[in-house]
Design a protein around this ligand. Sequence first.
Ligand code: B12
Length: 337
Amino acid sequence: MGISVSRESLVSAVYDDLKGKGLVSPEDRDLCIQDINYHLDYLEEAIRNSSPELFEDYVLWADVLLRNLGLPEECLRGSLKSMEKVMLEVLDDETASLASSYISGSLRKLEMEHKPPSYMRDQPLRDLAEKYLELVLNTEAKKARDLIISSLKSGVNVEDIYLHVFEPVQHEIGRLWQTNQISVAHEHYATSVTQMIMSELYPYIYQASERKNLRLVAACVNNELHEIGIRMVSDFFEINGWDSVYLGASTPPEDFRKIVDELKPDLVAVSATMTFNVGHVRSLIKLLGELDDSPPVMVGGYPFNVDTELWRKVRADLHAASASSAVRVAEEFLKTE
Ligand code: B12
């Protein structure tokens, strides 16, 4: 179900309500309108997928972000309450009560503890991960690279470096940005160092002894820029004897369809990190389903881990929460097909 009243009139009514309550000043108008639009994008996508979890997760995330930017807690709560009030006034009863239940559910969640914990927890290779994090935060790319290459030479395998160093460090970088402890520049630097080192690891990745004569095409959906997760997934398949064709970030749907039609893979892996891109996953799956001999589609990424039933709702054939389980889940699926 969507929200059918014009977006513009909805947003300006919410803004007027906030102005009336003295929660926004005229000089903050543009920023406030941008935020209301962002809240509505997430609410619409959550409702479209019958997923209150997606909206709750977004609201908790936004609260941490905004409070760490120094905004008073009433800012987000006030916007959500104004959104709820306006929607109850202008939307049809069914949509309004659904939207209202999503918003009030998220307001209740806001009352609970939701400070994001550090990702540098007890895990294998924790010391290595902490050292790597420190080096990338100190802009020491060469030392970070030497650290990873020397641990590989001393016997640590690529999969463990991916799962227990790169993944938690990238997640931790995200948490540090969200809590205003590092800037976008630091995040960009860490990400580019991680990508630079990953591209040096292909001699290890292409070592798989037994080839399985199975082909994967893997990519991010249109508009999705977070590409490291799906690249790891693609590399795990390669390490396990598949031929992986990795396309990267934001892949136009028509081109995705054409390459799948040309290559006839045994499996397609699609990634989305941002909830507002889940609709693109849904339409890509529909498009691929129209091919003769359409291959099974596996999906994954952040929203699919927040709502563990979301993969079924977008009509994917299978889902795995992480690169560590993706190959096993795929091979079991293909065996039973
Ligand atoms: C690096 C980064 C970016 C980079 C990405 C660059 C690149 N080349 O990839 C850039 C700067 C582009 C970026 C942009 C944005 N980002 Co960003 N980003 C990150 C960060 C810090 C790391 C991502 C990463 O590398 N993760 C490491 C990989 C290994 O982990 P993963 O993605 O979770 O993948 C694993 C699983 O999810 C799974 N998986 C993933 N895909 C698939 C697919 C299949 C088929 C399967 C089976 C499994 C699977 O397996 C993977 C490996 O185990 C994250 C933090 C985080 N928690 O991830 C934020 C984060 C995702 N970004 C965030 C935000 C808000 C944004 C922006 C909106 C910021 C802005 N205001 O512009 C934009 C949106 C851009 C867009 N349209 O896509 C938020 C999202 C919050 C939310 N609740 O929605 C996060 C969580 C940061 C935070 N803590 O606040 N970002």
